[in-house]
Write a protein that binds this ligand. Structure first.
Ligand code: ADP
Ligand code: MG
Length: 429
């Protein structure tokens, strides 16, 4: 007997020790959570928000150093590629009427070279020379009151739109145009490029698990802090533009989204998208409301997402299959309708919709116990009553108020109690 008590005590002690170790280790772990992941955020290229989430970093680099590096990389791209910076490579090129090669930074040359490649792949759907049409339809920097341009106005700019007027050389880095009026607009590729550049900089500093986002374009490296692939929300293309539609899980990949739900004009119930079809020099006109692309690098994903918005569902799907890009396309039935239909590639890594929480509420847990108790008490009371009424069996234990019950003649119900009061005993005698 003694030895079995000792065994039990030992078992309890071991259990208690294991629990305290587990509790302690989980506390230590949750203290780590406070320092990483940490987030770097700010604005770049004007109003565009950026965010970098660092899940871990080597001791050789401090969070401040990482923050400074991110800002430096983004500012450099802004200085080179923004049309708002009068001395950027892009602004100088657009001002120039020369058809000679103009020296640019190697980064600008690399982006223009990739843009031309994507123009060829998309048969001109993606075209960085659409700038004049972007301005004509009031999506450029001028910010005029929106009026639909006349046919002659659109015709007038057509002669300066076409990627085939551009030429690029990487060594030494330079770009040229064969038509003096040609302008370039890197808005649909520069954000993706910026994401890639920040990701490379983080990698160079020894970070392996991080997420970079510039204006909605993303690169996810390694794993998120709590383990597993990074989870990225895909907006639902409704006019609020902020509803979370789906969640994609990615690692060591980029994701970019284009749509007509954030930047558009509305006139007479018609939606005019900021994506221009370079062939017509007019905003695209089909049912695609958004295109989300997952690809190896963000520069390509960014450009492809815009190209999808020009190419439409069928051509777009075909190109993605050829390139091995994952896609999630959303079609809208009418310009301002709520009816949305999704089409995705087979391996688009959607996280399953969250399961409804099936665990019972406290009320649901208590209710069966309560009902059980009521039933048991009810049965006991009924059986006591049956015994007392029909078998004339006295109630054992305390009779409570029963002994004081009187009949119509004012007599006490002494016979019902197994421990009658002195009054009852006297009366019975
Ligand atoms: P977002 O800025 O929302 O990511 P996009 O990446 O699709 O959207 O970029 C849209 C911008 O790209 C437009 O505002 C315009 O400046 C430019 N653009 C419009 N149409 C085209 C096109 N067919 N090819 C390349 N750039 C375009
Ligand atoms: Mg984009």
């Amino acid at each position: 007997m003694k030895s079995s008590n000792l065994g039990l005590r030992r078992l309890y002690a071991t259990l208690a020790f294991t629990c305290s170790v587990w509790l302690l280790s989980s506390l230590v772990h949750s203290q780590d959570d406070v320092s990483v992941p940490f987030e770097i955020s700010g604005k770049t290229m004007g109003p565009i928000a950026y965010k970098v989430v660092i899940a871990d970093h080597p001791d050789s680099v401090t969070p401040i150093e990482l923050q400074e590096r991110v800002a430096e990389v983004l500012e450099n791209i802004n200085q080179l590629m923004s049309t708002y910076q009068p001395e950027s490579d892009v602004s100088r090129f657009n001002r120039s009427q020369s058809t000679e090669f103009q020296t640019v930074d190697p980064k600008t040359a690399a982006v223009v070279a990739r843009a031309i490649e994507i123009s060829k792949l998309t048969e001109g759907a993606f075209d960085i020379t659409v700038g004049p049409a972007v301005n004509l339809w009031d999506f450029g920097p001028k910010n005029l009151d929106f009026k639909i341009p006349t046919v002659s106005q659109t015709d007038a700019i057509k002669s300066s739109i076409g990627y085939q007027y551009l030429e690029v050389q990487l060594n030494p880095p330079a770009i040229s145009k064969s038509v003096a009026a040609v302008n370039i607009d890197l808005s649909a590729i520069a954000k993706g490029y910026a994401v890639d550049q920040v990701a490379t900089a983080m990698d160079d500093l020894g970070c392996k698990n991080f997420l970079v986002e510039v204006g909605g374009e993303v690169f996810a490296s390694g794993e998120r802090f709590s383990g597993g692939n990074w989870r990225i929300g895909v907006e639902r293309p409704d006019d609020a533009g902020v509803t979370l539609g789906n969640i994609a899980e990615i690692s060591d990949e980029a994701m970019a989204t284009s749509g007509d739900y954030r930047n558009f004009h509305e006139l007479g119930g018609i939606r005019y998208s900021h994506t221009i079809d370079p062939k017509t020099c007019r905003p695209v006109k089909h049912t695609l409301a958004s295109a989300c692309i997952i690809f190896k690098d963000c520069m390509t994903a960014d450009a492809l997402a815009t190209a999808m918005m020009v190419m439409g569902k069928n051509r777009g799907e075909q190109l993605c299959q050829e390139l091995g890009a994952e896609y999630l396309l959303v079609e809208r039935e009418s310009d301002f309708g709520d009816e949305l239909t999704e089409f995705k590639s087979k391996s688009f890594p959607l996280l399953d919709a969250p399961q409804p929480n099936n665990s019972p509420t406290i009320l649901q847990q208590i209710l069966p116990v309560f009902i059980g108790a009521v039933v048991i008490f009810g049965l006991v009371i009924i059986s006591m009553s049956v015994g007392a009424i029909f078998a004339k069996k006295p109630i054992t234990g305390s009779c409570g108020g029963l002994a004081n019950q009187t009949n119509d003649d004012g007599e006490t119900s002494c016979g019902i109690c197994s421990k009658p009061t002195t009054d009852c005993v006297e009366k019975n005698d």
